[in-house]
Design a protein around this ligand. Structure first.
Ligand code: ZN
Length: 321
């Protein structure tokens, strides 16, 4: 039985407009669109996956763009910030780039003795860049205007906003194998393993906040990684033994998934590393055509008719706001 979850697999959030989503994450932030598919539970909606060059676990941010969705409310029982690792010296570059693309950001601050640049995407989703000394050891996806000296290196951490954090902390440490490593004001950091490569969880204890509403511009769920199907089944048992309701294994085509709600209210998933995004298209052509799982292929014409057309971001265009 594995002692510890290795870290974050992916994070899924809700967007309002699919093209704007591609423009922001592929265009402004320079992530690679590694898969263009649909929400398997709602095939009239895209499911867009952004990540590093291969869409490695620990780098994947995914979206359901729902064009008519209301905006959510940030609050307890929610993942309230998604943090990416970047090279320490890149903040000047990112401030200039965010400014040029009309992205709202806060004055850089320090948390857990690391520099943090907080900003929002165009739907209000809270994001952060965290400068870390070893960022360059992770692969960079270089795009026009973003070199390896600046490129995002996958996730650094995720922040969960909790009313009271004891039961969530106990799940992280006693069941999932994390260690509490630091405190900074109302933030408590837990790490899996060495805390490198997408394996930090920050609990932000905010009893004065209202409970969050998950809708446009908010996180839908956080997925943790496991190396294979057998490990996933072991974790399913372990989560069930911790008294939580966990779903059967679902085939998400690029990984297999189980879901459960942590005691504070955030939806968690445990996803397998294999088979990954190269299972149905070549690695050098990821994210181009719409990919459908075999059971939806017969509805391709109807599905394509319903989805808005998408094009690659126009990197040189300034966004008008
Ligand atoms: Zn997921």
């Amino acid at each position: 039985m594995p002692d510890s979850i290795p870290g974050i697999h992916h994070i899924t959030a809700i967007a309002t407009d699919a093209q704007q989503n591609v423009d922001f994450y592929a265009g402004v932030l320079g992530l690679r669109l590694v898969k263009r598919t649909v929400n398997f539970d709602d095939p009239g909606t895209y499911h867009l996956y952004f990540g590093d060059g291969k869409g490695d676990p620990g780098t994947i941010l995914t979206f359901f763009p729902w064009s008519h969705v209301q905006h959510g409310r940030r609050g307890t029982g929610q993942a309230t910030a998604i943090s990416f690792a970047v090279p320490l010296e890149s903040f000047g570059f990112w401030i200039e780039r965010l400014t040029r693309h009309s992205v709202e950001y806060d004055k850089p601050q320090r948390r857990f003795d690391e520099p943090v640049l907080a900003f929002r995407d165009w739907d209000g989703l809270a994001l952060e860049l965290v400068g870390v000394p070893n960022a360059e050891s992770r692969p960079a996806w270089e795009t026009q205007g973003i070199s390896g000296k600046e490129a995002i290196r996958g996730f650094h951490s995720v922040t969960l906003c909790e009313d009271g954090m004891e039961s969530t902390a106990a799940l992280l440490t006693d069941t999932m194998g994390a260690t509490k490593v630091a405190e900074d004001g109302s933030y408590f950091r837990f790490s899996f393993g060495e805390g490198n490569n997408a394996s930090n969880v920050d609990l932000h204890c905010t009893p004065e906040f209202l409970s969050g509403v998950v809708a446009g511009g908010s996180v839908h769920h956080v997925a943790w990684r496991v190396p294979n199907d057998a490990a996933q089944v072991e974790w399913q048992t372990k989560v069930r033994e911790a008294g939580l309701n966990v779903t059967p294994v679902l085939d998400r085509q690029y990984f297999k998934s189980i879901y459960f709600r942590e005691p504070g209210g955030v939806l968690f998933e445990i996803a397998t590393d294999p088979p990954g995004f190269a299972r149905d298209e070549a690695e050098n052509a990821l994210g181009q055509p719409l990919k459908l799982p075999p059971w939806l292929e017969k509805y391709r014409t109807e599905i394509e008719g319903e989805l808005p057309k998408l094009h690659q971001p126009n990197f040189t265009a300034e966004r008008q706001s």
